[in-house]
Design a protein. Structure first.
Length: 389
């Protein structure tokens, strides 16, 4: 007969941030100059990372905050062969008041759980993820994003990978969760606006019944070949189309919006692709833009989440009804779109009176920036407590 202790030992353990083990770097690295922090081919990460391992029998290990460095996995690990890996992307923002903030992280955590479920990986509890991100920021934030760098940010990448060493397609029975932070370039200030090239006829980013709604690596690697071609032709991103009608889905890895006067009644309308067919990512910035428009511009701008085609965009532009367009996401923030090329046809999109961005684009970028950087107090932004020397 099993004892109580035997039963307890056999119960898989949940991830527990309160058990975090700290091992601080003996030789912390120098922080690069902000002007050169993103200049090289390698992402510069902070001194530390957080890591925990999981097995189907024992559950999660105690998480560790340890020096940033290489991972140890076997060559037959499932993440290397069967794409059992997913991740999140979010930022920490240094406000003008000197405080460090994160933005609506609970939605990133919920999406990570969904992505893990989609590819049969163990999920990471929302509260535990938030606590662990805060712990890493508390240690590395003061040094790597100091108070004198107001208006700057660090990029945070929580990741889950399958590590079972078995060449066979199955749900991994071992996995690893880690969080790293580093510098990424600011890309939302594109001179003249973002230029998009529509995806080629023989390529799609996602499909109904697939995994376009999940943040898995398999969504991104296969898209690079199209992005390279767009770059060679002088464009910033691919506008991914879907189906015979050419439905507009995403601009690169970001959500795509247009503002136009609706045909017929001339109602000013904000249009973006829907979530119900799971073709696109449920972006945190997308969600925030829609909520702000409903709250602050509801009387003048109608929101429509529906399928819309590239031919509708062409028609609206030809009839003078296309008012502005923009792309949103963690990396691109809120970036105006000025130009779309589709099968050799150029669509020119207005950029506002100052030639920088349209009215709606500018308002959303300003409102979100104020929230993220502490220009206004808002429930979407959470202040991080930091450990200072």
């Amino acid at each position: 007969m099993s004892s109580t202790s035997d039963v307890q030992q056999a119960t898989p353990q949940p991830l527990d941030a309160s058990k975090l083990i700290y091992t601080l770097a003996d030789s912390p690295r120098d922080v690069p100059d902000p002007a050169t922090s993103c200049a090289g081919d390698t992402t510069i990460c902070t001194d530390h990372m957080i890591l925990a391992t999981w097995s189907a029998t024992t559950g999660w290990s105690a998480p560790k905050l340890k020096p940033y460095g290489p991972l140890s996995i076997m060559p037959a690990a499932s993440c290397l062969h069967y794409a059992t890996e997913c991740f999140e992307g979010l930022k920490a923002y240094r406000g003008s008041d000197g405080k460090l903030r994160v933005f609506r992280m609970e939605h990133n955590a919920a999406r990570l759980q969904m992505s893990c479920n989609r590819i049969s990986l163990p999920t990471v509890d929302t509260d535990q993820l938030i606590q662990l991100v805060h712990a890493l920021l508390a240690v590395d934030g003061p040094k790597w994003l100091p108070e004198d760098q107001a208006g700057e940010f660090l990029y945070i990448r929580p990741t889950v990978i399958g590590t079972q060493s078995n060449l066979g397609v199955q749900a991994p029975r071992s996995a690893m969760f880690y969080i790293i932070m580093g510098y990424v370039a600011r890309v939302d200030a594109v001179p003249g606006g973002m230029k998009l090239l529509t995806s080629p006829d023989n390529m799609v980013r996602s499909w109904v019944g697939g995994f376009g709604h999940a943040k898995v690596g398999a969504n991104y690697g296969p898209s690079v070949i199209a992005s390279q071609e767009a770059s060679r032709e002088g464009f910033h991103q691919i506008l991914w189309l879907y189906g015979e009608d050419g439905e507009c889905t995403e601009a690169g890895g970001s959500n795509f919006f247009v503002v136009w006067e609706r045909k017929g009644d001339k109602q000013k309308e904000l249009v973006t692709a829907p979530l119900d067919d799971r073709l696109i990512l449920d972006g945190v910035t997308r969600r925030s833009c829609l909520e702000l428009v409903r709250e602050r511009l509801g009387g003048e701008l109608e929101i429509t989440e529906r399928k819309f085609t590239i031919n509708e965009v062409i028609e609206a532009a030809a009839e003078g009804r296309l008012l502005e367009s923009f792309s949103v996401g963690t990396m691109w923030f809120v970036t105006p779109v000025s130009h779309i090329r589709h099968r050799g046809y150029d669509i020119k999109i207005p950029m506002g009176e100052q030639g920088e961005m349209g009215e709606v684009t500018g308002k959303l970028k300003g409102w979100l920036g104020d929230i993220m950087y502490g220009g206004v107090e808002h429930s979407w932004a959470t202040v991080v407590s930091e450990k200072r020397a």
